[in-house]
Design a protein around this ligand. Structure first.
Ligand code: DX5
Ligand code: ZN
Length: 226
């Protein structure tokens, strides 16, 4: 498998009042990416952060900012987030059934890496055209909880989506998000996920570096055995 493990602590579980030091702490603990959950209070019943916060954080770190857009109008966010220094821009397929080709083009033109996410109730087939098109997304995020809040229970039944996606696209970045931690990572890794988002399991641990290492090892073990 030609994909590498990316462990992305979800900053939604961090102390927002100390975002820069929390980011530094995660990178020191071995994080590859910082997962930034952007919510608009409409697509999901929660409101978090936007381009101004990404811009502020970017002044403190050069880390890859993996932005997950839980918003109804992702197109409106491309320019501000690109200008703010976001690295990845992952939008939800449920709100972009018509305009995704335009959206992907714009994301790339702003120097960001496009990804597509899907809610637990959305069939995996819906993302195929976005991965197979002539201007494809570079990552698929399979939600393993209903988007909106950290600290929810992992949905193992979502692993079938990861399995079929991995079988179809061996070199695609496949991210999982929601309820990941030491007790669920093996299930996700063996299904074929290589980008792992984890909020409460990392920030809630007295040893975040151990949790990150454990998850990385789990992904790498699966890759070395395949
Ligand atoms: C939920 C967010 C997640 C969340 C994950 O809508 O997309 O990134 O922060 O948190 P945990 O790992 O606690 O489920
Ligand atoms: Zn997320």
């Amino acid at each position: 498998m030609g994909v590498s493990a990316k462990i992305a602590p979800s900053m939604l579980s961090s102390d927002f009042a100390n975002l820069a030091s929390e980011a530094r702490r995660m990178l020191d603990c071995g994080a590859d990416w910082l997962h930034m959950d952007i919510m608009d209070g409409h697509f999901v019943p929660n409101l978090t952060l936007g381009a101004p916060v990404i811009k502020s954080l970017g002044k403190h770190t050069k880390a890859y900012l993996d932005c997950h857009l839980m918003v109804t109008n992702p197109l409106d966010y491309v320019e501000p987030l690109g200008d703010a220094g976001a690295s990845g821009f992952t939008f939800h397929v449920e709100v972009t059934r018509e305009n995704w080709p335009e959206l992907v083009k714009k994301i790339k033109s702003k120097g960001m890496r496009p990804g597509v996410a899907l809610r637990p109730g959305t069939p995996i087939e819906e993302v195929y055209p976005l991965v197979e098109g002539e201007n494809p997304v570079e990552m698929v995020l399979v939600m393993t909880v209903e988007p909106g809040f950290g600290g929810q229970k992992f949905m193992p039944e979502m692993m079938e989506k990861v399995r079929v996606l991995r079988a179809k696209f061996p070199s695609l970045d496949i991210e999982v998000d929601g309820g990941l931690g030491p007790s669920t990572i093996d299930t996700a890794a063996s299904a074929g996920a290589n980008c792992i988002v984890a909020g409460s399991s990392v920030f809630g641990s007295p040893e975040p570096a151990q949790v990150i290492l454990h998850m990385r090892k789990s992904v790498e073990d699966v890759q070395n055995s395949s």
